[in-house]
Design a protein around this ligand. Sequence first.
Ligand code: ZN
Ligand code: ZN
Ligand code: ZN
Length: 126
Amino acid sequence: MAECSACKQEMRNNVGCTLEQYANRDKPRIPYNRGEPGNCHDCGTPDGELHHPGCDMERCADCKGQQISCDCNYKPPTIKKGLILKVLELNDGLCMDNKEEREKLADELQKAINSDLLSQVERNAP
Ligand SMILES: [Zn+2]
Ligand SMILES: [Zn+2]
Ligand SMILES: [Zn+2]
């Protein structure tokens, strides 16, 4: 018995997984690309179908490395510069008339916030 935790199918039946995308990722998963008929030696999925999560043959949609060993799952959330600019615009006192100054300040804030987010993720990493 080896039931897939994502799709609840029995992997030994050589069926493809139905989970199309991981909840914490923004790209769909990459299907098995064996290039010839046959099944994945690890999870049993047929060529052209999706691996079951945890399979060592699955490629990462972002870095194309091995899904189970790549770092993409631990990518920190990032803040967008547009959001910071919005905050600065709403704040009357801050460089309201000087677009260049505001851009510069937004860049600095974005860098500071993102590096802070990154350090939090690194602390929480397994
Ligand atoms: Zn599955
Ligand atoms: Zn597989
Ligand atoms: Zn990756």
